[in-house]
Design a protein around this ligand. Sequence first.
Ligand code: PCA
Length: 214
Amino acid sequence: MTRVLLTGFAPFDGESTNPSWQAVRAAADAPPPGIEASAVELPCIYGASIAVLRAAIEETRPEIVVCVGQAGGRPDITVERVALNVDDARIPDASGAGPIDEAIVPGGPAAYFSTLPIKACVEAVRAAGLPASVSNTAGTFVCNHVFYGLAHLIATELPDVRGGFVHVPYTPEQVVARAEPSLPADAAARALREIALTAARTRTDIRVAGGATH
Ligand code: PCA
C-alpha cells in the first residue's frame, strides 16, 4: 500500500463550494487499489494553510502528497510544474490578508519543481478520458503558497516524500450563470485517483512534450 495525502481547499472568493475539496474527498473515499488515501481540507489563508498541511503530514505520514485547488476559468485538470517563492494576492485571503510581493520563505530558493511525475500524470488523466495538461504557473495566491510550503518541507525535512499540486476547474454548478469552462467534481475525483496511482507507480517521469509558448 502507498500512503497518499490529498488536500483540498475551503471555498473562497464568494463561492459556496470548492471543487478541490469535493474531488479530494470523493477520491479519498474510494481510492484506487494499492492506495491508502487521507483527505484534509486546508483554509484559504496564507500561513495557516501551510500549518494545517504540516500537521496533516505529521499525522498521516504520507509517501506522496497531492495538494489540490480550484483554478476558476481553466478548462482542464492542470498538473503544476513549479512553485514560486512569492505571495502576491489579487484578492484578500479568508482572513483578510493580502500580501504583496512577500517571500514565502525569506532566503529560500526562488522556486521548486514538483517532485511528482507531472507528464506521466497528465498522460494518465487523458488516458482515462479526461482533459489535462501541464501548467507552468500555480499563480501567486494561496495555492502557490501551499505548493511552495510543501516543496520546501520536502526539500528540507522530508527527503523520502514526493509531492506536488493539481488545479481543477470550476464545477458546472458554479458556472450556471456565467460563461466559464467546468468539470464535474466526480470527474475531477477520477483524475485525482489516476494521479495518485501514477505517482505511486512512476519514479522517473516520462519524456513527452508538455511545454507552452506563453
Ligand atoms: N484556489 C486558490 C486558493 C484556494 C483554491 O482552491 C488558488 O489557486 O490560489
